[in-house]
Design a protein around this ligand. Structure first.
Ligand code: SAM
Ligand code: SF4
Length: 370
C-alpha cells in the first residue's frame, strides 16, 4: 500500500482506514452539538464549531523519572511495553502529515520526554519538517545534559516544570525531584539559546499556594515566564478535589497587589492557554492557565498524539483514534490524514468539567501527555 505524500485534501469515504476507538465514551456522546454538515476533506483541521487546529502535542513516552503527587501514583503504575510505542519514524510521519494539514506548532512531551532514548534524534526529525514553533515540556531533571544537543537539533524553547522554590517541598511534591538540579538546568537551557524559558507551576491549595509571590519575584529576577496552572482532575490517584484548585483570579489579585500587572494583549493567532500579564514596571511577565475556573475551550486549537499513537482531541475526552493501527496495517498518508480530520471533527464544545455528568478521563496526565 502506498505511503506517498499526503495531499492537502485527502479523504473520500472510500479512503478511510479502520480506526479503532480506544475510549470508553460512546461515539454519539462525543459532540457538544451535532455537526452541521459533512466533515471537510480539504483545508485546515477544523471542528464542528469552526475551531481550526494548528497545535500538536506529541507524547513520546508514558514513563517518568519523577512521581509528582498531582500526576502519577508513587507506586503501582504500569507502563506501556516498548513495542506499543510509536517509533520515531512513525511519529515524524504523523507530524509531517499534520503539518500538511495546517499544524504549525509542535510540543514534545510525556511522561518525561527526556527519558526516551534518542529524543535528540526525534527532535531533529521534527525540526526538519519546518514547524513555526517546536517546543518541549520537561521536568528539568536531565535538561542540563540535553539542552545544548536539543538546541542544536532544532528545538526552539522549553517549558520546565517547577512547583516550589523550597528544596524540601519541591522534593515532596515531585517525589524524587532535586530543585538545585532543575534550576541549573534552566540556566543551561538559557545558555543553549532555548528562550524564553517558561516555568510551569501547578498550584495546589495548602501545598504550595503560599509561594505565589516567591514565584512572581523569581519571574522578575530571572526574566523567566512563570505560568501558574490550575490543578486539574488528571491525577492518577484520583484524589483531586475542587477545593484544592487555586483560582487564577486569586493568583492575579495577590501578585497584582504587590507588583501591579497589565494584561498582554492576546495575539489573534495565539490561542495559547495561558493568559499573559506583564509587570507594569517592566520587570518581566507571568501567565495563568485557568483550565478549571475559566476554561479556554472556545479557542482551543490543540490535538494530541499519545505515546502509543492515539489521536486525542482534548485532555478530558476519552475518544481516541489509533494512528498506530493504521500505520501498522500499512495505511497511506491520506488514511492518517483522515484520522486526524475525524479526531478534530469529533471534538466537543468544551471539557464539561462543570456539567453534572462530567467523568474524569480514564487516563491520567502522564498517560495522555501534558
Ligand atoms: N514530565 C514533563 C513535566 O513534568 O514537565 C512533561 C509532562 S507533564 C504531564 C506536563 C505538564 O503537566 C507539567 O507542567 C505538569 O506540571 C502538568 N501537570 C501534570 N499533572 C497535572 C494536573 N493534574 N493538573 C495540572 N497540571 C498538571
Ligand atoms: Fe512526571 Fe511530569 Fe507527571 Fe511529574 S508531571 S510525574 S514529571 S510526567
Amino acid at each position: 500500500m502506498s505511503t506517498g505524500p499526503v495531499s492537502a485534501g485527502p479523504g473520500s469515504a472510500g479512503q478511510l482506514g479502520t480506526p479503532v476507538r480506544l475510549g470508553t465514551r460512546p461515539a454519539h456522546e462525543s459532540h457538544g452539538v451535532a455537526a452541521s454538515g459533512a466533515m471537510p476533506t480539504v483545508g485546515p483541521l477544523v471542528d464542528t464549531f469552526g475551531r481550526v487546529h494548528s497545535d500538536l502535542r506529541i507524547s513520546i513516552t508514558d514513563r517518568c523519572n519523577l512521581r509528582c503527587v498531582y500526576c502519577m501514583p508513587e507506586e503501582g503504575l504500569s507502563f506501556l511495553p516498548k513495542d506499543d510505542l510509536l517509533t520515531f519514524e512513525q511519529i515524524a510521519r504523523v507530524a509531517r502529515i499534520a503539518r500538511v494539514l495546517g499544524v504549525t506548532s509542535v510540543r514534545v512531551t510525556g511522561g518525561e520526554p527526556l527519558v526516551r532514548h534518542g529524543v535528540v534524534d526525534l527532535v531533529g526529525r521534527l525540526a526538519e519538517l519546518g514547524f513555526e514553533d517546536l517546543a518541549l515540556t520537561t521536568n528539568g531533571t536531565s535538561l542540563g545534559h540535553f539542552a545544548a544537543p536539543l538546541a542544536a537539533a532544532g528545538l526552539r524553547r522549553v517549558n520546565v516544570s517547577c512547583d516550589s522554590l523550597r528544596p524540601d517541598r519541591f522534593a515532596s511534591i515531585r517525589r524524587r525531584g532535586d530543585l538545585a538540579r532543575v534550576l541549573s538546568s534552566m540556566d543551561a537551557a538559557e545558555a543553549a539559546g532555548l528562550q524564553p524559558i517558561k516555568v510551569n507551576v501547578v498550584l495546589v491549595a495548602d501545598v504550595n499556594d503560599d509561594e505565589i509571590l516567591d514565584f512572581a519575584a523569581f519571574a522578575r529576577e530571572t526574566g523567566r515566564i512563570v505560568r501558574f496552572i490550575e490543578y486539574m482532575p488528571l491525577d492518577a490517584d484520583g484524589s483531586w478535589r475542587r477545593e484544592q484548585v487555586v483560582p487564577a483570579s486569586a493568583v492575579l489579585e495577590q501578585i497584582g497587589g504587590r507588583w501591579p500587572l497589565e494584561p498582554v494583549a492576546a495575539q489573534e493567532d495565539d490561542p495559547a492557554p495561558a493568559t499573559r500579564y506583564r509587570f507594569l514596571d517592566g520587570s518581566g511577565e507571568i501567565g495563568v492557565v485557568a483550565s478549571v475556573t475559566q476554561p479556554f475551550c472556545g479557542t482551543c486549537n490543540r490535538l494530541r498524539l499519545t505515546a502509543e499513537g492515539a489521536i486525542r482531541n482534548c485532555l478530558f475526552s476519552d475518544d481516541e483514534l489509533s494512528t498506530r493501527d493504521v500505520l501498522r496495517a500499512g495505511g497511506t498518508d491520506d488514511e492518517i490524514a483522515v484520522l486526524l480530520r475525524r479526531a478534530v471533527w469529533g471534538k466537543r464544545a468544551g471539557h464539561g468539567m462543570d456539567e453534572p455528568d462530567f467523568l474524569r478521563p480514564v487516563r491520567s496526565m502522564s498517560m495522555i501527555g501534558g
